[in-house]
Design a protein around this ligand. Structure first.
Ligand code: TEU
Length: 622
């Protein structure tokens, strides 16, 4: 067992004479216990709930077509329940040509047939609700698929009533009469953001692929149709809320050229032209007023390119009545270049950078009515243990995956896990070729590098993709050591290649192993709730910011000052001395709540923990 409740000194030392009388009592063991009500009972469920993102095409395939589906997900709901999941976030399952894995919706009220049917969604909701779990869907309404009826009508003629539901602009012509797009903007998948429509002789805007035309949120009729068709329809069926895709991109700031920042490209990075635009808060507040609030639907927005806390607070301040919380990407994007430029030219970063960014996004809600999220994996990013841990040996892989888990579960905000994170799934092997990378973004950046004719750029892009590509988190979930990792039937051809290591990294191997990553996640998810007053709701204070091996911080219950946890994480392969726990806890002797290591001495040396490679610990003073 790795959980230790060891008392170093008598209780009398825990209650220093200066401590104000606390609503606490002593149990027979002499340890301090606090009143049942930890002071946070009145908070909404979604603050200390554990959310789990399912990428449905890769989670579990029930019918042997090599593509995950809803019956497969339903068959694994008890696995999620046992893990400690409260809310399941399902990435898009709607009708779609799958140009961007369903983030290109052609019918919001129809299920993409390989995933199953609307009846399967009803079954998922029933099975989740029966277990007191909830389900949120992925709302993609910055754009539709070009196969959506709305776009088909819009592009049919300039006079069509839905013409203005999308963003159409005339061409520009140079002095030689050559036609050019309305602006020089670069899209997220390395191409232009405009595509010419021969029939109506105009360009349409798409921040992503040409298959994903942007909806015109300036058009009120279009907005109301979005609310009705894509949100109310599902809320009326019992869905509990939404993860809202590209939530800050609906209000564009105009259509002028961006400054030339990449002279080698005809397309220029211009996120400032569409992120956090002039009407964005009006739109999101309207969405809340008309849809989310009346249903008590939980909302989490995907907020990219918003690096300043003062920009984020207006989205998640409770008084603003916009969103419950957002994903801010500074931490998870470490290692990437500008996402609208050399995103896949790997940029090494020091631990101190990860620590300072964690501090920034842990402290920005202090003293506000805002809330935040905690996450380190999703379907747009590579595996955490490969990016922030150590996969050099099996022992370091296991230790670092657990220490990453301890980092995540001790942070303030709503915790989001991504499928496979709980068993330490790793990036695709570096030996795999570009043909294994199926994602439209990977293909776009790779093609751009090849088209540049610069072999060094191609090499660097392949290297960057091997570390950072979205594909790494999208390969089939590893359930067991049978063929295809138990994701699909033995004879089936999975839509993406199964990891070579599936026999050693899978649920079946870890489920009954008390020392496994999976068992550790189950344990610490419980611990997070048992100590939510410091772990979920606590304030954050970074210690020793310049230390490039040990990540240490203090969490404190803001309703009971002095009630603290100290988290010490050795993020290196060498033994490290941690900080003086005793002095950090104001002379109160610490109790070890948990360590990631299951053997050896855990004594303090002059108040300081001796941390083995990739060992994490949490101490408390209560
Ligand atoms: O991603 C939006 C976003 O922030 C993009 O920048 C994304 O991170 C992508 O990797 C570009 O760098 C959302 C979805 O999460 C993503 O899967 C979709 O491809 C995208 O929107 C379009 O719907």
């Amino acid at each position: 067992m790795y959980k230790y409740l060891s008392y170093v000194l008598t209780i009398s030392m825990l209650l220093s004479t200066t401590s104000t009388p606390e609503p606490c009592t002593h149990d027979t063991m002499g340890s301090i216990t606090w009143d049942k009500d930890d002071g946070w009972a009145g908070e909404p469920y979604w603050k200390d709930a554990v959310f789990y993102q399912v990428y449905p095409s890769s989670f579990k395939d029930s019918n042997g077509d090599g593509w995950g589906d809803l019956p497969g997900l339903i068959s694994k709901i008890d696995y999620l329940h046992e893990l400690g999941v409260d809310v399941i976030w399902v990435s898009p399952i709607f009708e779609s040509p799958q140009k961007d894995m369903g983030y290109d919706v052609s019918d919001y009220q129809k299920i993409y047939e390989p995933y199953g049917s609307i009846q399967d969604v009803d079954n998922l909701l029933r099975e989740a609700h029966r277990r007191d779990m909830k389900v949120i869907l992925d709302l993609v309404v910055n754009h539709t698929s070009q196969e959506h009826e709305w776009f088909k009508e819009s592009r049919s003629s300039k006079s069509n009533p839905k013409r203005d539901w999308y963003i159409w602009k005339p061409a520009r012509y140079d002095s030689n009469g050559v036609r050019h797009p309305p602006t020089n903007w670069r899209g997220y998948f390395a191409g232009p953001t405009w595509t010419w429509d021969e029939l109506t002789q105009e360009y349409y805007l798409h921040l992503y692929a040409p298959d994903q035309p942007d909806l015109n949120w300036e058009n009120e009729e279009c907005r109301n149709a979005i609310y009705e068709n894509t949100m109310l329809f599902w809320l009326d069926r019992g869905v509990d809320g939404f993860r809202i895709d590209t939530v800050n991109k609906y209000s564009k700031k105009g259509y002028t050229d961006a400054p030339i920042t990449d002279p080698t490209s005809p397309h220029q990075s211009a996120p400032e032209m569409w992120c956090n635009g002039p009407r964005i808060h009006e739109f999101i507040h309207e969405m809340n007023r008309k849809v989310l609030a009346p249903y008590g639907a939980v909302s989490v927005g995907e907020l990219s390119n918003t690096p300043h806390p003062h920009q984020v607070i207006p989205y998640v301040s409770a008084a603003a009545q916009e969103l419950d919380m957002v994903f801010e990407f500074s931490v998870i994007r470490l290692g990437t270049g500008n996402i609208l430029g050399p995103k896949y030219i790997y940029q090494p970063f020091p631990l101190s950078k990860l620590k300072s960014l964690t501090e920034k996004w842990q402290t920005f809600v202090a003293g506000t009515d805002a809330w935040t999220t905690v996450f380190i994996e999703n379907h747009d990013n590579a595996r955490a243990v490969s990016r922030f841990g150590d996969t050099s040996t099996e022992e370091m892989w296991k230790r670092s995956a657990k220490t990453i888990a301890l980092w995540q579960i001790t942070l303030t905000g709503t915790l989001f896990l991504y499928q496979g994170q709980e068993i330490g799934m790793t990036n695709m092997p570096a030996s795999w070729g570009i043909e294994e990378y199926k994602d439209v973004e990977s293909s776009g950046f790779y093609a751009e590098a090849v088209d540049s004719g610069d072999t060094e750029r191609v090499r660097k892009t392949l290297h960057g993709l091997s570390h950072l590509a979205r594909d790494h988190s999208r390969i089939p979930f590893q359930w067991d050591g049978s063929a295809n990792a138990g994701f699909t039937s033995a004879g089936a051809e999975p839509w993406m290649r199964v990891h070579d290591e599936y026999r050693s990294i899978n649920v079946a191997r870890q489920r009954d192993d008390p020392d496994s990553i999976l068992s550790f996640y189950k344990e610490v998810l419980k611990l997070r709730k048992q100590h939510r007053e410091v772990l979920v709701f606590g304030t954050f204070e970074l210690l020793d910011p310049d230390n490039e091996a040990v990540f240490a911080y203090v969490k404190e219950d803001s309703k009971r000052p002095g009630k603290k946890a100290v988290v010490v994480l050795n993020m290196s392969k060498d033994q490290q001395m941690g900080p003086d726990i005793v002095s950090i806890l104001d002379g109160e002797m610490p109790q070890l709540l948990i360590s990631t290591n299951s053997e050896g001495s855990l004594k303090l040396s002059n108040g300081r923990p001796v941390l083995r490679a990739w060992e994490g610990r949490v101490y408390v003073n209560y």
